[in-house]
Design a protein around this ligand. Structure first.
Ligand code: ATP
Ligand code: MG
Length: 472
């Protein structure tokens, strides 16, 4: 015990202890004419951070996913900086710098510009951990690792070769320790080191593999892919909050549908997204809700790809919708009236899903609002539509309605009506309302007088029946 403790102190005291010989390979230095990074895609703030650190005598590079994206010609969504300065030293150099004490201690440097604030994440080079034991859980998972190291070590403990490149904006040079450039050429995602060992250390890396493959369209190198099937169960050991963050990243990546397919193909979906387990395991074409979820995810992807925002509440409201409908229908056949049935179904859906993963608590209010609004879209009489328009989350509720129309769960005409109603002046709005009254008399069967329906206890048309969901 004591020796373990002393060893740990010694390790901390010697950040530059000798790395393993195989990690001695010098990096390839790649000049601008080869990497062709477009400096317009750089964050000025990230460049400020590396510049300030370098002026103070430290090494500092843009690193990780940002370099990968820059080389691919994609505008990175955030910028990370790696340095040999310790978090304390970093903090002293910037006005708005905050120490974040997570598994790795890092510094968030915030810049306030004309647009929203930008946070540059600055991390100190991390040391490689040996298998001495005290940092590893039994399965091999890393528990704690605030041990500073050299750049070589830092590169080696990153996940994929394409995520282990360092860019110095001052010299416009990329340092490539693990053949990331070659792998980009070959469109390959390759885990650094022994993949099985790396997945055991941190099973989240399996999900990252799938997410990056979906995002870049790259192929997993066979050795990187092979161990996943056998190790997939390790995902269950990951703390739920971290798992959730990773799943959220995956769903918000702009490639969620591809990533979900990737998870399934890799056998990684079990317990990761309990709400999808069911749907992914059975023959999708027979699953009524599958089509809805596919459309919801494709819709999310195209919104994100075109730079529009998407709320996690909306996303989870969509993913849980088929489940909610099932419960709603059940409550109705138990004899509850429409709205009480919906409320009770919402409780049940949220309850059962939260037992699988702590998804919803943060987003629960949003989800409930979006769901509760849905029957109100059908009530197109009197003041009801005007009141609905005024609700603060109207836009999300309306987007959700459009999704339901797109899957055929609600008639397209309903969505179109609302689209016109939102844009119309008061007189046209009244005309639109009148048109509903008239529609009641035509025999389309799509619109029925709401007033009458209220008296009917179990209206079949009030709730979209699961069987009405289109099957692939
Ligand atoms: P994106 O930000 O586009 O999702 P990213 O690669 O930047 O992708 P981050 O989570 O921001 O991903 O992590 C930044 C970098 O930190 C990664 O590129 C990788 O080098 C390293 N990294 C992150 N998570 C891990 C991990 N679980 N294991 C090893 N290295 C990691
Ligand atoms: Mg990143």
């Amino acid at each position: 015990m004591i020796t373990k403790f002393i060893n740990r102190i010694l390790r901390r005291g010697h950040p530059a202890r000798m790395p393993h010989p195989s990690h001695h390979n010098p990096p390839k230095k790649i000049p601008k004419k080869s990497h062709r990074i477009d400096s317009h895609l750089l964050s000025k703030n990230a460049v400020k951070v590396t510049h300030t650190l370098q002026q103070a005598g430290f090494q500092a590079y843009i690193v990780g996913g940002a370099v990968r994206d820059l080389v691919l010609g994609i505008s990175p969504k955030d910028f990370d900086v790696a340095t040999n300065a310790t978090p304390d030293q970093v903090q002293k150099l910037f006005r708005k710098a905050r120490l974040i004490g997570r598994r790795f201690q890092i510094v968030h440097v915030t810049f306030f510009g004309k647009e929203r604030p930008e946070v540059i994440e600055v991390s100190t080079f991390r040391a490689l951990l040996d298998n001495a034991g005290d940092h590893l859980a039994e399965s091999g998972r890393i528990l704690r690792d605030n041990v500073w190291g050299t750049q070589i070590e830092d590169a080696t403990r990153r996940d994929f070769s394409i995520n282990a490149m360092y860019y110095d904006p001052a010299t416009e040079t990329v340092l490539d320790y693990h053949g990331g450039m070659d792998d980009i050429q070959k469109r390959t995602l390759r885990m650094i080191g022994d993949p099985a060992k790396r997945y055991r250390e941190d099973p989240i890396r399996m999900l990252r593999a799938i997410r990056f493959a979906a995002k870049t369209g790259f192929t997993l190198d066979p050795k990187t892919r092979a161990p996943i099937e056998k190790l997939a169960h390790l995902i269950q050991d990951v703390p739920p909050a971290r798992l959730f963050d990773e799943i959220l990243k995956l769903l918000m990546s702009g490639y969620s549908w591809a990533a979900i397919q990737g998870l399934r193909d890799a056998g990684l979906h079990h317990g990761v997204l309990p709400l999808l387990d069911h749907m992914l395991d059975e023959k999708q074409s027979l699953q009524a809700g599958a089509n809805f979820i596919r459309l919801a995810l494709e819709n999310t992807d195209s919104r994100i790809q075109s730079g529009k925002s998407i709320s996690a509440g909306f996303l989870f409201a969509s993913l849980l919708w088929p489940d909610l409908i099932r419960n709603w229908q059940k409550k109705l056949s138990d004899g509850l009236a429409n709205i009480p049935a919906l409320n009770s179904a919402m409780d049940e859906t949220i309850e059962t899903q939260s037992s699988g993963m702590t998804i919803q608590r943060r987003f629960e209010a949003d989800m409930r609002e979006i769901w509760a609004m849905q029957p109100r879209f059908e009530k197109r009489v009197g003041r009801f539509p005007y009141r609905l328009l005024e609700s603060p989350r109207f836009r999300a509720g309306y987007d959700f309605l459009l999704l339901r129309c797109a899957t055929g769960e609600q008639p397209a005409a309903l969505g179109e009506w609302w689209t016109s109603f939102i844009a119309a002046d008061p007189i046209t709005q009244q005309t639109l309302l009148n048109s509903i009254k008239n529609e009641v008399h035509d025999k389309t069967g799509l619109t029925k007088p709401t007033a009458k329906r209220r008296h009917r206890r179990k209206s079949k048309t009030a709730v979209p029946s699961p069987t009405k969901l289109p099957e692939n």
